[in-house]
Design a binder for this molecule. Sequence first.
Ligand SMILES: [Fe+2]
Ligand SMILES: [Fe+2]
Length: 288
Amino acid sequence: MSREFTTVSKGIDRTSFPFKQYQRAKKFYWDPQELDFSQDKEDWKKLTEEEKHDIKMRVASFQAGEEAVTADILPLILAIANEGRLEEEMYLTTFLFEEAKHMEFFDRFLNEIGISSNIVSYQAENTKELFNEILPNAMNKLLHDQSPEAMAEAATVYNMFVEGVMAETGYFMFVEGMKKRGILPGFLEGINNVQMDESRHISYGTYLIQRLINEHPHVYDLVLEKMDELDKFRFAFKTEGGGAGKIEGETAFGVKYADIVAFSNKQMKVRKEILKRAYKQIENTVKP
Ligand SMILES: [Fe+2]
Ligand SMILES: [Fe+2]
């Protein structure tokens, strides 16, 4: 059987969205090893125990999440490669590299501020089922099922929810509190870089789901159902001190829980609205 190679037969589609995003990823290169944590080390010594606890708790959940997305991305890359979507595969090659750098960044931060001990106990309960079961199950399913439904489920869990809602809300919590205080500049620079990478990752998920909705409109309902099903995993802080449902008060860094809830709600809404627009376009084109 002769195999056709895109680069030989027609060349790379340089105007395509995935290829342009691949170019952006190459241009925006950063090295976690080069971040300067000297001020962070000094700031860490002056933090209260409550503030240190807050950081350990959020970093533990982020680390678990970054490791999970690093470990679980391969089936999606394989599925896209098997479909011969070369530009998308090129875009996805940046994911694995960048998720690995995110892990390295958090790991280096912990080392630099002198936390070498086990922080497993700090990981938020609500992230365990999500990172241990829901995410790997959705991604590994692609090894034997590359149907539009399975592809949409993977992109919804990985890009829309874990990256687009959970991680984005996490950055908000870090950045809002620390920026106001003017502390941990190395950490904040790293978070800013991670966030830039993640916005490209989220935009791939949006692109993929929009493409799937274009080809198979019924996928839209499945994506919305999945987002609603995942909703229960938001808000780790609801179990912090005040018990379930807590939205009063603030974090150790002065970020109001009510603001975090509002931010997270907005993320959910925005993701759904972007996909709804894609669906509406299809609806309009198929109407007589
Ligand atoms: Fe990441
Ligand atoms: Fe990511």
